[in-house]
Design a protein around this ligand. Structure first.
Ligand SMILES: [Zn+2]
Length: 313
């Protein structure tokens, strides 16, 4: 049985984005599971992201999940949607009348920004967990607090998608119930600097790991057989957005199946997929800048010491 390779998994062909008030209208030709006639800007990236268990070399900060984690401006977010489709659409229709069956999705901008933050905070949690004993536990816990605040809306999102899909007799490919949210909330309450549960045995990193698991478990991977290959990946029905693909990539990073790092240049901190083990910086420029900064820091303190020495003489 072949298990390598992955069908091209894209949201749609020739994606077009128009900003209308507080939302983006995202349209595209319906995706098929063959190579698109006119390749997208980065369909290979998407497919490789889906198959992140395999090599995703040399994507660096351009790997789709890294790009989304790094997209802090509105322009970057809109460009991401233009390249890959909505993250989570409020509604998805097939425009049979005017647009020959093109998909029409509405992506709310506020939701897009919130989703970017949740994803980034999950990546930040992962970065702290990977540091082991050197982890900044208060940073990890702060991320837990912020995730909890933002995923409070997920149960409602999920119910709305479930309802919207009823007519076509499909169900959401993700699942996050009120109970799941309450579990996230409980982890927040039972750990941290002042746990509500006195005598709690859990620390910030327990909460960080458990909340990351709860988030990742909302996006259930599927085993699929395609041509003559069998693969695991996000469910193929990503019409309501590519968020499950992003979390699938994060799942692989968390499980150590694929590398994902945060640039160690303290003024960059971009997320990237390293080309080689131990790579700490997203680029040569960042590596050089941080080395210079470290050099001046040590040199500066040496000179201050020297000066102090001269003064006391
Ligand atoms: Zn960098």
């Amino acid at each position: 049985m072949k298990t390598s390779g992955y069908p091209t998994l894209i949201w749609g062909n020739e994606i077009d984005v128009v900003k209308k008030g507080t939302s983006l209208a995202v349209t595209a030709g319906q995706a098929t599971y063959k190579r698109p006639r006119r390749p997208q800007r980065d369909p290979v990236g998407m497919a490789k992201m889906a198959a992140a268990a395999e090599s995703i070399h040399q994507l660096g900060v351009d790997a789709p999940h890294a790009r989304f984690a790094n997209a802090s401006s509105e322009a970057e977010l809109i460009q991401f949607v233009r390249d890959f489709g909505p993250i989570h659409a409020n509604s998805v229709k097939e425009d049979l009348v005017r647009a020959r069956g093109r998909l029409v999705a509405i992506q709310n901008m506020e939701l897009l920004r919130a989703e970017q933050m949740v994803f980034r905070q999950c990546v930040d949690i992962l970065a702290e967990i990977k540091k082991g004993p050197d982890a900044d536990t208060s940073a990890a816990f702060q991320a837990v607090v912020e995730i909890c605040f933002r995923v409070a809306k997920w149960p409602r999102q999920w119910r709305a998608e479930k309802k919207a899909r009823e007519d076509e007799q499909t169900v959401p490919i993700w699942r996050f119930t009120q109970r799941d949210f309450e579990n996230v909330e409980a982890w927040k309450a039972f750990s941290g600097p002042e746990p509500e549960w006195i005598g709690s045995q859990y620390d910030e990193l327990d909460a960080a790991n458990s909340v990351l698991c709860l988030i990742l478990n909302a996006f259930i991977p599927h085993v699929q057989h395609w041509d003559d290959i069998t693969v695991e990946g996000p469910h193929w029905d990503i019409r309501y957005g590519v968020r499950p693909c992003l979390y699938y990539a994060l799942r692989n990073a968390y499980l150590g199946r694929s590398p994902l790092e945060k640039c160690q240049n303290s003024e960059c901190q971009k997320v990237f997929v390293p080309d080689r083990a131990g790579q700490q910086f997203c680029s040569d420029v960042c590596s050089r800048l941080q080395r210079q900064r470290d050099y001046w820091k040590t040199r500066g303190s040496k000179r201050r010491q020297e000066r102090r020495g001269e003064a006391s003489r």
